[in-house]
Design a protein around this ligand. Structure first.
Ligand code: URA
Length: 209
């Protein structure tokens, strides 16, 4: 998996359209985000290493495929990342979870860290970083800087929407980290929002302003 993957699956695109609509309720937005996260998780885990084990079916003994290696890590960039995290944990319940707390300074648009907690042995695990909006990419870049400082060396980044400016900044800073997104939108506006976008993902998920 390299560069940027846009997940064009019809279900993802349909659900994303519902999420963009200004009239979609908080409950609807949260449900759609959870549903899309299952499909994005399916895509990002497509190349997980496999091994096999000998099992007994009711009929015969067989060699059957199972996941190999240490449990993977989902790293949620707080707070909006949690909207993608929940669905991913439904699909991979044994995954470990890291939380990276960052907020965006609304004047400078720079990311500011306020919380970091991650599992052990990041150097032996695949780390899937989740944050719905890749806008300037400042938060995503900083989250991955922190995870790499703690040893992560095999990472993927999953978002719902990406701005071209964000993709450019992100790939300059972390060319080794593939991006999986449901859409590449047109641009960022002067306030750092993705256009056409869906507004503030955290506010729409939690009903805040
Ligand atoms: N964060 C959001 O929630 N929305 C945007 O459009 C950009 C950053």
């Amino acid at each position: 998996m390299n560069g940027v993957t846009v997940v064009s699956h019809p279900l993802v695109q349909h659900k994303l359209t519902q999420m963009r609509k200004v009239e979609t309720s908080t409950a609807g937005f949260r449900r759609l985000l959870r549903e899309i996260s299952l499909l994005l998780c399916y895509e990002v885990t497509r190349e997980l290493p496999m091994t096999s084990e000998t099992i007994q079916t009711p009929i015969v003994e067989m060699e059957s495929p199972v996941l190999d290696g240490k449990k993977l890590v989902f790293a949620s960039v707080l707070r909006a990342g949690n909207g993608l995290l929940d669905g991913m944990l439904d699909l991979v319940p044994s995954a470990r979870v890291a939380h990276v707390g960052l907020y965006r300074d609304h004047e400078t648009l720079e990311a500011v860290e306020y919380y970091f907690k991650a599992p052990e042995s990041l150097d032996e695990r695949l780390t899937i970083v989740v944050d719905p909006m890749l806008a300037t990419a400042n938060s995503a870049i900083m989250a991955i800087d922190k995870l790499k400082e703690r040893g992560a060396n095999n990472l993927r980044f999953v978002c719902l929407l990406a701005a071209p400016e964000g993709i450019e900044n992100f790939t300059k800073a972390h060319p080794d980290v593939p991006i999986i997104t449901a859409s590449i939108d047109e641009r960022l506006n002067e306030s750092g929002y993705i256009v056409p976008g869906l507004g503030d993902a955290g506010d729409r998920m939690y009903g805040t302003k």
